[in-house]
Design a binder for this molecule. Structure first.
Ligand SMILES: [Zn+2]
Ligand SMILES: [Zn+2]
Length: 209
């Protein structure tokens, strides 16, 4: 069985998700943006071993807890290559927003579009959706329901900002229309901040689309 838990973490309350397989005890963490002790403790309480730390993009509020979780668990740090420069400039990002941070650890795996990661037999697919940042990705998870982890690309009734480093309004709109709006209506969308939504609701009510 697959369990998915989402809770806000860190300085900007980024949604962090734990996706765990109850048979193999393997887990993926999406966007460990802060509160690393809580993330590790929650996994320990469910007897889960973290295999991958995946990032929807390299803004500091989505990677703020990665170093500490990696040090505690040895999980692989995964990121799309086109956000590597942002990841390497974590200190500069934190400075701009007045937050303390440690230097990031090296990336263990560069994610590619359509790459598949597995926990047990459950597939977790990478979709490159540039626009909010050049290396922004979404993750799709298929088990008894379809779930999309959209990071800061798609929000409930909104889309990600494109005025930060490397952002592009044309690209984010194209990514959302070409890659996300074609998903099944009932796909549950776990966003980077704030409430979850569905593809159907956003197709119908999102004023940016
Ligand atoms: Zn962001
Ligand atoms: Zn964010």
């Amino acid at each position: 069985m697959i369990v998915v838990e989402t809770f806000p973490v860190g300085p900007l309350q980024c949604n962090c998700s734990i996706i765990g397989c109850t048979e193999t005890k393997e887990a993926i963490i999406v966007d460990p943006g802060g509160d690393p002790q809580d993330i590790v403790a929650m996994c320990q309480s469910k007897n889960l071993k973290i295999k991958y730390l995946v990032h929807t993009h390299a803004h500091f509020d989505h990677i703020h807890g990665s170093r500490a979780v990696k040090e505690a668990t040895g999980a692989e740090i995964c990121l799309h290559k086109e956000d590597d420069w942002l990841y390497q400039n974590l200190a500069m990002q934190c400075q701009m927003f007045n937050f303390e941070c440690d230097e990031p650890l090296p990336v263990d795996r560069y994610l590619e579009d359509e790459e598949e990661l597995f926990i047990g037999e459950t597939k977790f697919t990478v979709m490159h959706t540039p626009g909010h940042t050049p290396g922004s990705v979404c993750f799709s998870l298929k088990y008894n329901e379809n779930v999309l982890f959209s990071g800061d690309t798609l929000f409930s009734r909104s889309i990600g900002r494109t005025d930060l480093w490397g952002g592009s309004y044309e690209k984010i709109i194209k990514s959302i229309n070409d890659r996300l709006m074609v998903l099944e209506d009932d796909t549950r969308v776990v966003t980077g901040h704030g409430p979850s939504t569905t593809i159907w609701e956003e197709r119908k009510h999102n004023p940016f689309l």
